[in-house]
Design a protein around this ligand. Structure first.
Ligand code: RAT
Ligand code: ZN
Length: 418
Protein backbone atom coordinates (compact mmCIF):
# COMPACT_ATOMS: atom_id res chain seq x y z
CA UNK A 1 0.00 0.00 0.00
CA UNK A 2 1.48 3.41 -0.94
CA UNK A 3 2.17 5.71 2.01
CA UNK A 4 -0.57 8.25 2.77
CA UNK A 5 0.68 11.82 2.32
CA UNK A 6 0.66 13.96 5.46
CA UNK A 7 -2.42 16.17 5.62
CA UNK A 8 -1.34 19.81 5.17
CA UNK A 9 -3.31 20.93 8.23
CA UNK A 10 -1.31 18.42 10.25
CA UNK A 11 2.08 19.12 8.68
CA UNK A 12 3.58 21.43 11.30
CA UNK A 13 2.72 19.14 14.21
CA UNK A 14 4.06 16.09 12.37
CA UNK A 15 7.31 17.85 11.48
CA UNK A 16 7.84 18.95 15.07
CA UNK A 17 7.34 15.35 16.20
CA UNK A 18 9.74 14.00 13.59
CA UNK A 19 12.40 16.60 14.42
CA UNK A 20 12.04 15.90 18.16
CA UNK A 21 12.32 12.15 17.64
CA UNK A 22 15.52 12.40 15.58
CA UNK A 23 18.68 11.68 17.61
CA UNK A 24 21.29 14.35 16.90
CA UNK A 25 24.93 14.12 16.02
CA UNK A 26 26.39 17.34 17.45
CA UNK A 27 29.43 18.11 15.30
CA UNK A 28 31.17 20.74 17.45
CA UNK A 29 31.19 20.95 21.23
CA UNK A 30 33.70 21.57 24.00
CA UNK A 31 32.47 18.59 26.00
CA UNK A 32 34.62 15.72 27.21
CA UNK A 33 34.10 12.06 27.94
CA UNK A 34 34.28 10.95 31.61
CA UNK A 35 37.95 9.78 31.54
CA UNK A 36 38.97 13.42 30.97
CA UNK A 37 37.94 14.09 34.58
CA UNK A 38 37.58 17.73 35.54
CA UNK A 39 37.58 18.82 31.88
CA UNK A 40 33.98 17.61 31.68
CA UNK A 41 31.92 20.51 33.07
CA UNK A 42 28.38 20.03 34.30
CA UNK A 43 25.91 21.34 36.90
CA UNK A 44 24.27 24.59 37.90
CA UNK A 45 27.38 26.57 38.90
CA UNK A 46 29.06 25.78 35.59
CA UNK A 47 25.87 26.71 33.73
CA UNK A 48 25.65 30.07 35.47
CA UNK A 49 29.31 30.94 34.94
CA UNK A 50 29.26 30.14 31.20
CA UNK A 51 31.31 32.84 29.50
CA UNK A 52 28.26 34.07 27.56
CA UNK A 53 26.69 34.96 30.95
CA UNK A 54 29.89 36.37 32.41
CA UNK A 55 29.92 39.01 29.65
CA UNK A 56 26.30 39.87 30.49
CA UNK A 57 26.78 40.15 34.24
CA UNK A 58 29.57 42.72 33.84
CA UNK A 59 27.28 44.83 31.66
CA UNK A 60 24.32 44.62 34.02
CA UNK A 61 26.33 45.46 37.11
CA UNK A 62 29.97 46.33 36.50
CA UNK A 63 32.49 45.34 39.15
CA UNK A 64 36.24 44.99 39.42
CA UNK A 65 37.28 42.17 37.09
CA UNK A 66 39.93 40.73 39.36
CA UNK A 67 37.55 40.80 42.30
CA UNK A 68 35.01 38.76 40.33
CA UNK A 69 37.63 36.23 39.21
CA UNK A 70 38.94 35.83 42.75
CA UNK A 71 35.52 34.66 43.97
CA UNK A 72 34.95 30.91 44.32
CA UNK A 73 32.91 29.48 41.43
CA UNK A 74 29.77 29.18 43.55
CA UNK A 75 29.92 32.83 44.59
CA UNK A 76 30.37 33.85 40.94
CA UNK A 77 27.30 31.78 40.09
CA UNK A 78 25.35 33.40 42.97
CA UNK A 79 26.16 36.82 41.57
CA UNK A 80 25.09 35.89 38.04
CA UNK A 81 21.83 34.46 39.40
CA UNK A 82 21.09 37.53 41.52
CA UNK A 83 22.02 40.15 38.94
CA UNK A 84 20.73 38.52 35.74
CA UNK A 85 17.83 36.40 36.98
CA UNK A 86 16.44 38.03 40.14
CA UNK A 87 17.12 41.75 39.75
CA UNK A 88 15.92 41.78 36.11
CA UNK A 89 14.15 39.29 33.86
CA UNK A 90 16.43 36.72 32.19
CA UNK A 91 15.40 37.43 28.60
CA UNK A 92 18.77 37.00 26.84
CA UNK A 93 19.31 33.74 24.96
CA UNK A 94 22.05 32.61 27.37
CA UNK A 95 19.84 33.31 30.41
CA UNK A 96 16.79 31.69 28.88
CA UNK A 97 18.99 28.70 28.11
CA UNK A 98 19.67 28.07 31.80
CA UNK A 99 15.93 28.03 32.52
CA UNK A 100 15.10 25.74 29.59
CA UNK A 101 17.81 23.37 30.81
CA UNK A 102 16.55 23.29 34.40
CA UNK A 103 12.96 22.84 33.29
CA UNK A 104 13.86 19.99 30.93
CA UNK A 105 15.78 18.32 33.75
CA UNK A 106 12.56 18.37 35.78
CA UNK A 107 13.53 21.19 38.17
CA UNK A 108 11.02 23.79 39.27
CA UNK A 109 12.17 27.16 37.89
CA UNK A 110 9.31 28.99 39.61
CA UNK A 111 10.89 28.44 43.03
CA UNK A 112 13.91 30.52 41.94
CA UNK A 113 15.89 28.57 44.48
CA UNK A 114 19.50 27.83 43.59
CA UNK A 115 20.13 25.53 46.53
CA UNK A 116 17.50 23.02 45.39
CA UNK A 117 19.21 22.97 42.00
CA UNK A 118 22.57 22.43 43.65
CA UNK A 119 21.16 19.53 45.66
CA UNK A 120 19.85 17.93 42.49
CA UNK A 121 23.29 17.99 40.85
CA UNK A 122 25.04 16.88 44.04
CA UNK A 123 22.82 13.82 44.23
CA UNK A 124 24.01 12.38 40.92
CA UNK A 125 27.24 11.03 39.44
CA UNK A 126 28.91 12.29 36.29
CA UNK A 127 28.14 9.03 34.49
CA UNK A 128 24.45 9.09 35.47
CA UNK A 129 24.27 12.69 34.40
CA UNK A 130 25.87 12.04 31.00
CA UNK A 131 23.24 9.37 30.37
CA UNK A 132 20.44 11.64 31.58
CA UNK A 133 21.54 14.58 29.44
CA UNK A 134 22.00 12.49 26.28
CA UNK A 135 18.51 11.10 26.81
CA UNK A 136 16.87 14.44 27.60
CA UNK A 137 18.47 16.18 24.62
CA UNK A 138 17.96 13.08 22.43
CA UNK A 139 21.59 13.10 21.31
CA UNK A 140 23.22 10.38 19.29
CA UNK A 141 26.79 11.57 19.83
CA UNK A 142 28.92 14.68 20.25
CA UNK A 143 32.22 15.70 18.69
CA UNK A 144 34.67 17.09 21.25
CA UNK A 145 37.40 19.71 20.68
CA UNK A 146 40.75 18.06 21.38
CA UNK A 147 43.93 20.03 21.69
CA UNK A 148 47.23 18.11 22.00
CA UNK A 149 48.82 21.28 23.42
CA UNK A 150 46.46 21.21 26.40
CA UNK A 151 48.38 19.98 29.43
CA UNK A 152 45.27 18.56 31.12
CA UNK A 153 44.08 16.74 28.04
CA UNK A 154 47.30 15.35 26.56
CA UNK A 155 48.12 12.90 29.37
CA UNK A 156 44.69 11.28 29.00
CA UNK A 157 45.40 10.55 25.33
CA UNK A 158 48.94 9.44 26.15
CA UNK A 159 47.50 6.79 28.46
CA UNK A 160 45.49 5.39 25.52
CA UNK A 161 41.97 6.36 26.63
CA UNK A 162 39.01 4.20 25.54
CA UNK A 163 36.23 6.56 24.50
CA UNK A 164 32.51 6.08 25.06
CA UNK A 165 31.31 5.86 21.41
CA UNK A 166 29.00 8.80 22.10
CA UNK A 167 32.09 11.03 22.33
CA UNK A 168 34.15 11.49 19.17
CA UNK A 169 37.37 13.42 18.84
CA UNK A 170 38.28 16.43 16.68
CA UNK A 171 41.93 17.40 16.39
CA UNK A 172 42.06 21.14 17.09
CA UNK A 173 45.16 22.88 15.79
CA UNK A 174 44.99 26.53 16.88
CA UNK A 175 48.30 26.65 18.79
CA UNK A 176 50.17 24.87 16.00
CA UNK A 177 48.75 26.93 13.14
CA UNK A 178 48.43 30.32 14.78
CA UNK A 179 51.37 30.60 17.18
CA UNK A 180 54.33 28.86 15.56
CA UNK A 181 56.73 31.24 17.33
CA UNK A 182 55.72 29.50 20.58
CA UNK A 183 54.64 26.07 19.41
CA UNK A 184 57.90 25.17 17.67
CA UNK A 185 59.59 25.30 21.08
CA UNK A 186 56.94 23.01 22.52
CA UNK A 187 57.40 20.58 19.63
CA UNK A 188 61.14 20.62 20.23
CA UNK A 189 60.51 19.71 23.85
CA UNK A 190 58.54 16.68 22.61
CA UNK A 191 61.44 15.51 20.43
CA UNK A 192 60.53 17.03 17.06
CA UNK A 193 63.21 18.87 15.02
CA UNK A 194 61.31 22.11 14.66
CA UNK A 195 62.79 25.55 14.00
CA UNK A 196 61.44 29.07 14.20
CA UNK A 197 61.80 29.65 10.43
CA UNK A 198 59.53 26.71 9.54
CA UNK A 199 61.98 25.14 7.10
CA UNK A 200 61.59 21.83 5.22
CA UNK A 201 62.58 19.80 8.32
CA UNK A 202 59.99 21.59 10.45
CA UNK A 203 57.33 20.93 7.82
CA UNK A 204 58.18 17.25 7.78
CA UNK A 205 58.06 17.19 11.57
CA UNK A 206 54.67 18.91 11.66
CA UNK A 207 53.36 16.20 9.34
CA UNK A 208 54.80 13.58 11.69
CA UNK A 209 53.12 15.33 14.64
CA UNK A 210 49.78 15.29 12.81
CA UNK A 211 50.16 11.59 11.99
CA UNK A 212 50.85 10.82 15.63
CA UNK A 213 47.74 12.65 16.84
CA UNK A 214 45.49 11.26 14.12
CA UNK A 215 46.57 7.78 15.19
CA UNK A 216 45.99 8.58 18.88
CA UNK A 217 42.67 10.43 18.62
CA UNK A 218 41.13 8.96 15.48
CA UNK A 219 39.46 12.33 14.97
CA UNK A 220 36.34 12.94 12.87
CA UNK A 221 38.09 16.00 11.45
CA UNK A 222 40.92 18.49 12.08
CA UNK A 223 40.00 22.08 12.95
CA UNK A 224 41.09 25.64 13.57
CA UNK A 225 39.45 28.95 14.48
CA UNK A 226 40.63 31.95 12.47
CA UNK A 227 40.58 35.73 12.84
CA UNK A 228 38.72 38.12 10.51
CA UNK A 229 42.01 39.02 8.83
CA UNK A 230 42.76 35.44 7.78
CA UNK A 231 43.78 35.43 4.11
CA UNK A 232 44.79 32.51 1.92
CA UNK A 233 47.27 32.35 0.38
CA UNK A 234 49.65 34.84 1.93
CA UNK A 235 53.25 34.73 3.09
CA UNK A 236 52.47 33.66 6.65
CA UNK A 237 53.54 30.43 8.33
CA UNK A 238 49.84 29.65 8.78
CA UNK A 239 49.36 29.66 5.02
CA UNK A 240 52.35 27.45 4.26
CA UNK A 241 51.51 25.06 7.11
CA UNK A 242 48.00 24.67 5.71
CA UNK A 243 49.27 24.04 2.21
CA UNK A 244 52.22 21.83 2.98
CA UNK A 245 51.22 19.97 6.12
CA UNK A 246 47.54 20.15 7.02
CA UNK A 247 45.94 19.74 3.60
CA UNK A 248 48.16 16.86 2.40
CA UNK A 249 47.75 14.92 5.66
CA UNK A 250 43.99 15.59 5.74
CA UNK A 251 43.67 14.38 2.15
CA UNK A 252 45.67 11.25 2.86
CA UNK A 253 43.36 10.36 5.78
CA UNK A 254 40.19 11.65 4.03
CA UNK A 255 39.65 13.95 7.00
CA UNK A 256 37.71 17.18 6.57
CA UNK A 257 39.41 20.33 7.78
CA UNK A 258 37.07 22.60 9.75
CA UNK A 259 37.59 26.36 9.58
CA UNK A 260 35.68 28.55 12.02
CA UNK A 261 36.34 32.05 10.80
CA UNK A 262 35.79 35.52 12.23
CA UNK A 263 36.83 35.45 15.89
CA UNK A 264 38.76 38.43 17.25
CA UNK A 265 40.51 36.98 20.24
CA UNK A 266 40.77 38.91 23.51
CA UNK A 267 39.50 42.39 22.66
CA UNK A 268 38.93 42.61 26.43
CA UNK A 269 41.37 40.21 28.14
CA UNK A 270 39.98 41.12 31.57
CA UNK A 271 36.87 39.12 30.64
CA UNK A 272 39.03 36.01 29.98
CA UNK A 273 37.05 33.52 27.86
CA UNK A 274 34.24 36.08 27.53
CA UNK A 275 36.64 38.64 26.06
CA UNK A 276 36.59 37.45 22.42
CA UNK A 277 34.69 39.32 19.74
CA UNK A 278 33.67 39.14 16.10
CA UNK A 279 34.75 40.70 12.82
CA UNK A 280 33.70 40.42 9.22
CA UNK A 281 36.06 38.01 7.45
CA UNK A 282 37.06 37.18 3.90
CA UNK A 283 35.02 34.50 2.15
CA UNK A 284 37.12 34.66 -1.01
CA UNK A 285 39.95 32.96 0.90
CA UNK A 286 37.64 29.98 1.44
CA UNK A 287 36.77 30.09 -2.26
CA UNK A 288 40.47 29.90 -3.19
CA UNK A 289 41.05 27.06 -0.74
CA UNK A 290 38.12 24.99 -2.03
CA UNK A 291 39.13 25.63 -5.65
CA UNK A 292 42.82 25.04 -5.05
CA UNK A 293 42.40 21.83 -3.06
CA UNK A 294 39.48 20.02 -4.71
CA UNK A 295 40.48 16.67 -3.21
CA UNK A 296 40.25 18.08 0.30
CA UNK A 297 37.01 18.47 2.27
CA UNK A 298 36.21 21.61 4.27
CA UNK A 299 33.69 22.20 7.04
CA UNK A 300 33.17 25.94 7.32
CA UNK A 301 31.30 28.36 9.56
CA UNK A 302 31.60 32.12 9.95
CA UNK A 303 31.03 34.16 13.08
CA UNK A 304 29.79 37.34 11.46
CA UNK A 305 26.25 37.71 10.14
CA UNK A 306 27.64 39.70 7.22
CA UNK A 307 29.55 36.67 5.89
CA UNK A 308 26.65 34.19 5.86
CA UNK A 309 25.15 34.90 2.45
CA UNK A 310 28.50 34.88 0.65
CA UNK A 311 29.34 31.60 2.35
CA UNK A 312 26.14 30.01 1.01
CA UNK A 313 26.89 31.19 -2.51
CA UNK A 314 30.46 29.89 -2.27
CA UNK A 315 29.15 26.51 -1.09
CA UNK A 316 26.98 26.31 -4.23
CA UNK A 317 30.22 26.31 -6.24
CA UNK A 318 32.14 23.70 -4.29
CA UNK A 319 30.83 20.30 -3.18
CA UNK A 320 33.96 19.94 -1.05
CA UNK A 321 32.66 22.77 1.15
CA UNK A 322 30.15 21.80 3.86
CA UNK A 323 28.56 24.74 5.63
CA UNK A 324 27.80 24.08 9.29
CA UNK A 325 26.26 25.57 12.41
CA UNK A 326 25.26 28.96 13.73
CA UNK A 327 28.43 29.68 15.60
CA UNK A 328 28.54 31.40 19.02
CA UNK A 329 27.24 34.99 18.47
CA UNK A 330 25.13 33.58 15.61
CA UNK A 331 23.46 31.06 17.92
CA UNK A 332 20.45 33.26 18.75
CA UNK A 333 16.88 32.63 17.59
CA UNK A 334 16.61 35.68 15.30
CA UNK A 335 19.86 34.80 13.52
CA UNK A 336 19.31 31.03 13.44
CA UNK A 337 15.98 31.76 11.82
CA UNK A 338 17.47 34.00 9.15
CA UNK A 339 20.54 31.88 8.41
CA UNK A 340 18.69 28.56 8.32
CA UNK A 341 16.15 29.91 5.82
CA UNK A 342 18.93 31.39 3.71
CA UNK A 343 20.79 28.08 3.70
CA UNK A 344 17.75 25.96 2.86
CA UNK A 345 16.85 28.32 0.04
CA UNK A 346 20.36 28.40 -1.43
CA UNK A 347 21.65 24.93 -0.59
CA UNK A 348 18.58 22.79 -0.04
CA UNK A 349 19.32 20.04 2.44
CA UNK A 350 23.06 19.86 1.68
CA UNK A 351 24.27 21.57 4.85
CA UNK A 352 24.56 20.99 8.58
CA UNK A 353 22.21 23.53 10.14
CA UNK A 354 23.48 23.55 13.69
CA UNK A 355 26.02 22.48 16.29
CA UNK A 356 25.77 23.28 19.99
CA UNK A 357 29.25 24.54 20.95
CA UNK A 358 28.26 23.41 24.45
CA UNK A 359 31.00 23.86 27.04
CA UNK A 360 28.88 22.57 29.90
CA UNK A 361 27.24 19.19 29.36
CA UNK A 362 23.76 20.37 30.38
CA UNK A 363 23.83 23.10 27.71
CA UNK A 364 23.17 20.62 24.92
CA UNK A 365 19.66 20.39 26.37
CA UNK A 366 18.73 24.02 25.76
CA UNK A 367 20.82 24.60 22.67
CA UNK A 368 19.13 21.69 20.90
CA UNK A 369 15.66 22.33 22.38
CA UNK A 370 15.73 25.89 21.03
CA UNK A 371 17.25 24.95 17.66
CA UNK A 372 14.98 21.95 17.09
CA UNK A 373 11.91 24.16 17.54
CA UNK A 374 13.19 26.82 15.14
CA UNK A 375 14.39 24.36 12.49
CA UNK A 376 11.14 22.36 12.61
CA UNK A 377 9.06 25.49 12.05
CA UNK A 378 11.23 26.66 9.17
CA UNK A 379 11.00 23.21 7.58
CA UNK A 380 7.22 23.28 8.03
CA UNK A 381 7.06 26.54 6.04
CA UNK A 382 9.14 24.96 3.29
CA UNK A 383 7.03 21.79 3.07
CA UNK A 384 3.85 23.90 3.08
CA UNK A 385 5.21 25.83 0.10
CA UNK A 386 5.83 22.50 -1.66
CA UNK A 387 2.38 21.19 -0.77
CA UNK A 388 0.84 24.26 -2.38
CA UNK A 389 2.32 23.15 -5.72
CA UNK A 390 0.58 19.80 -5.38
CA UNK A 391 3.76 17.96 -4.30
CA UNK A 392 2.92 15.01 -2.03
CA UNK A 393 4.64 15.13 1.37
CA UNK A 394 5.09 11.72 3.00
CA UNK A 395 6.17 11.29 6.61
CA UNK A 396 8.98 9.00 5.45
CA UNK A 397 10.34 11.75 3.17
CA UNK A 398 10.36 14.23 6.04
CA UNK A 399 12.11 11.67 8.25
CA UNK A 400 14.72 11.08 5.56
CA UNK A 401 15.38 14.82 5.19
CA UNK A 402 15.62 15.37 8.94
CA UNK A 403 18.10 12.49 9.21
CA UNK A 404 20.29 14.23 6.63
CA UNK A 405 20.28 17.52 8.52
CA UNK A 406 20.91 16.08 11.97
CA UNK A 407 23.62 13.53 11.22
CA UNK A 408 23.76 11.85 7.85
CA UNK A 409 25.14 14.83 5.91
CA UNK A 410 28.04 14.85 8.33
CA UNK A 411 28.63 11.08 8.20
CA UNK A 412 28.44 11.06 4.41
CA UNK A 413 30.86 13.97 4.16
CA UNK A 414 33.31 12.10 6.42
CA UNK A 415 33.25 8.98 4.28
CA UNK A 416 33.24 10.78 0.91
CA UNK A 417 36.39 10.51 -1.17
CA UNK A 418 36.48 13.54 -3.50
O1 RAT B 1 31.51 29.22 21.61
C1 RAT B 1 32.41 29.29 22.44
O2 RAT B 1 32.28 28.85 23.58
C2 RAT B 1 33.69 29.98 22.08
O3 RAT B 1 34.33 30.33 23.23
C3 RAT B 1 34.70 29.18 21.34
O4 RAT B 1 34.96 28.01 22.01
C4 RAT B 1 34.50 28.82 19.96
O5 RAT B 1 33.32 28.13 19.75
C5 RAT B 1 35.67 28.01 19.44
O6 RAT B 1 35.53 26.81 19.22
O7 RAT B 1 36.74 28.61 19.29
ZN1 ZN C 1 33.65 26.13 19.83
Amino acid sequence: MPEQPVDVSDLRTRIREIVDRQPILDIHTHLYDIPFGELLLWGIDELLTYHYLVAEVFRAQPMDYDQFWSLPRQAQADRVWRVLFLERSPVSEACRGVLTTLEQLGLDTSSRDLDTCRDFFKSTTAQEHVNRVFKTANLHSVVMTNDPFDDLERPVWDKGVQLDPRFRAALRLDPLLLAWEKSFETLKGWGYSAGRDFDATSRKEVRRFLEKWIAAMKPAYMAVSLTPDFRFPDDSITSSMLEECIFPVAREHRLPFAMMIGVKRQVNPKLKLAGDSVGRADVSSVERICAGFPRNKFLVTFLSRENQHELCVTARKFPNLMVFGCWWFMNNPSLIEEITRERLELLGLSMIPQHSDARVLDQVIYKWRHSRTLIADILADKYEDLARTGWRIDASAIERDVRLLFGENFEQFLSWNP
